[in-house]
Design a protein around this ligand. Structure first.
Ligand code: ZN
Ligand code: ZN
Ligand code: ZN
Length: 91
């Protein structure tokens, strides 16, 4: 209890008392202060402070196709693609 964070953790936040052994964690934590989201999705506007959040998000694009056409069986991962499909096929 008497030892300051700097001795217990390898990386300590300069803006608060947060400390961690992981460089990734301290980076993500400081981005939380600055509002920066360096991990950006290449397929949509999603952005996150943490790499594993982005990896989890990418499942949306890789596997599932949540945007389904209401006129036929077409499905896709991006809303813009669905709009292109509906415009091209059903209008
Ligand atoms: Zn902090
Ligand atoms: Zn995305
Ligand atoms: Zn369709």
């Amino acid at each position: 209890m008497s030892r300051p964070h700097a001795y217990r953790y390898k990386f300590v936040c300069f803006m608060c008392n947060y400390g961690t052994y992981l460089p990734v964690e301290i980076r993500a934590h400081i981005f939380g202060h600055t509002g920066e989201k360096p991990y950006k999705c290449l397929l949509c506007s999603y952005a996150s402070t943490r790499n594993f959040h982005l990896i989890a998000h990418m499942c949306v694009h890789s596997g599932e196709k949540p945007f389904k056409c209401s006129y036929c069986s077409f499905a896709c991962a991006r809303q813009s693609n669905l709009l292109v499909h509906i415009k091209g096929k059903h209008q």
